[in-house]
Design a protein around this ligand. Structure first.
Ligand code: ZN
Length: 83
């Protein structure tokens, strides 16, 4: 099975590895550029990255906002009213 070799010479394996570890440790400028190129020419890694981002986006979502406690609200109103 002959695979088309990407111009950047970056194998998909390396791309996925860098992409998944990039959140823990920064990826160097050179590798970032190579990853960018790889994304352009490799549809599979584009898809992979999109999924990865979605997963991280879900994990990074902040806690649902809690309603402001009533006491704090009245204090705020008082404070605003004093002005
Ligand atoms: Zn790839």
């Amino acid at each position: 099975m002959a695979e088309k070799k990407p111009l950047t010479g970056m194998p998909c394996e390396e791309f996925t590895q860098l992409a998944s570890s990039g959140h823990e440790k920064p990826v160097g400028f050179r590798n970032r550029l190579r990853m960018l190129w790889h994304q352009i020419e490799c549809v599979y890694c584009r898809r992979f990255l999109r999924q990865l981002k979605r997963i991280h986006g879900l994990l990074a979502q902040p806690e649902p906002e809690k309603p402001m406690p009533g006491e704090m609200r009245t204090k705020l109103h008082k404070h605003l009213g004093d002005r």
